[in-house]
Design a protein around this ligand. Structure first.
Ligand SMILES: *[C@@H]1O[C@H](CO)[C@@H](O)[C@H](O)[C@H]1NC(C)=O
Ligand SMILES: *[C@@H]1O[C@H](CO)[C@@H](O)[C@H](O)[C@H]1NC(C)=O
Ligand SMILES: *[C@@H]1O[C@H](CO)[C@@H](O)[C@H](O)[C@H]1NC(C)=O
Ligand SMILES: *[C@@H]1O[C@H](CO)[C@@H](O)[C@H](O)[C@H]1NC(C)=O
Length: 337
């Protein structure tokens, strides 16, 4: 062997070693991120998981016919899908819905929101001002029995009533659900993966002090007239909002709901529901919001899912918000069972 050949050989060996180490690390990383449960990846979780013996339903002293500053609140339509499940159910999904989004509700009922044994799904709304719409909602409600309607006008600036009504409805009519998902009617939820996440990675018996979502920090109150989210200093004085959850996918543990409702009931009304309920009120009851991280499907990953298939995007639970109804079905079709 010449000197040059020897040097080449040494270089080859070094390169081999390097490649072996590199790919081992890559495999380890991949193994960790695909097999280590999400909870184990959360450093220092501020919630606790329950075992088979801790599952008592929280009691409540909530005033039934009050909703924040509405003193004569009532449920105009009040289905009871949880009633028969005295032994408990895994999940109840409350979906803030716009009365005119009939199509979205149809798609959701036929895709990710199919009612099954362990999961109940209801749509939350107020009273539409338009008589025609109001009549259609009555018919829809008779047909499906999954609309929860409260005695307030269904309007943009009333959305905090809608979310708060959801908490009230769960507190009084579905306290046996171990987990509560608040979402919107323009979303897709990977419900197979969600049930797996709750029952295997979290606990089938529930948790305590859990609020998990896409956590938003240092968000500024919008002051510009052009913003859909414009708030005046009179509505909200500080420049920054407290840490809060994006309102389109918030997972609560059972115990959090009545505590949060109590705080919401006693605070002055603020119309941006996610800031108010998962920011201001959650902070008041001292519950830390845990980020869902890559369990949220970004728009980009959603495009990869529908064009290339599920192999390339890793696991996810909550899809991107603001979807049209046909996009909800497209994404749903691309999700493996
Ligand atoms: C659940 O029950 C176990 C056993 O009784 C107890 O040690 C634990 O503190 C309880 N956890 C909660 C969160 O109540
Ligand atoms: C609640 O009270 C207000 C004013 O007292 C009244 O206009 C409204 O119709 C009442 N709403 C219900 C649902 O009873
Ligand atoms: C009420 O809704 C119907 C159907 O969506 C629509 O055709 C009608 O113009 C609406 N009426 C008013 C007063 O907005
Ligand atoms: C809800 O919104 C409507 C229209 O913006 C408004 O007139 C009403 O007072 C609001 N509040 C309730 C409790 O309905």
């Amino acid at each position: 062997m010449t000197e040059v050949q020897r040097n080449d050989k040494i270089e080859m060996i070094t390169l081999h070693k390097f490649l072996i180490i590199f790919f081992s690390l890559l495999l380890l990383y991949d193994y960790y991120y695909t097999t280590v449960p999400v909870v184990a990846r959360i450093a220092n979780p501020k919630f606790t998981l329950l075992g088979p013996y801790n599952g008592t339903e929280p009691s409540t002293d909530d005033v039934y016919d009050q909703l924040i500053d509405i003193k004569n609140f009532s449920f105009k339509v009040n289905p009871q899908p949880c009633l028969e499940y005295t032994a408990g159910i895994l999940l109840v999904v409350i979906i803030s819905s716009n009365p005119t989004n009939y199509e979205n509700r149809v798609i959701i009922r036929n895709t990710w929101g199919r009612s099954i044994e362990s999961t109940k799904v209801v749509f939350l709304m107020g009273e539409p001002e338009n008589i025609t719409v109001s009549q259609k909602i009555q018919d829809e409600s008779m047909l499906y029995g999954d609309i929860v309607q409260g005695s307030f006008v269904d309007a943009y600036r009333n959305m905090t009533y809608k979310h708060a009504m959801g908490l009230k409805w769960v507190t009084h009519h579905c306290p046996m659900a171990k987990y509560v998902l608040k979402t919107d009617d323009d979303m897709v939820v990977n419900s197979h993966e969600l049930r797996h996440f709750l029952a295997r990675e979290l606990s089938p018996w529930g948790a305590r002090n859990l609020i998990t979502c896409q956590v938003l920090e240092h968000a500024q109150a919008q002051r510009s007239d052009k913003s859909k989210w414009k708030v005046t200093a009179a509505e909200y004085a500080s420049r920054y909002y407290p840490t809060y959850c994006a309102g389109w996918a918030i997972l609560y543990s059972q115990d959090v709901v009545p505590r949060l409702l109590k705080a919401v009931q006693s605070m002055p009304y603020f119309w941006i529901d996610d800031v108010h309920i998962t920011g201001i009120c959650a902070q008041q009851i001292g519950v830390t919001r845990t980020p869902l991280g890559n369990l949220i499907l970004t728009r980009h990953r959603a495009n990869m899912l529908t064009s290339l298939g599920p192999k390339y995007i890793g696991s996810f639970i909550f899809g991107p918000p603001d979807l049209k109804s046909d996009r909800i079905s497209q994404i749903w079709k691309a999700i493996p069972e």
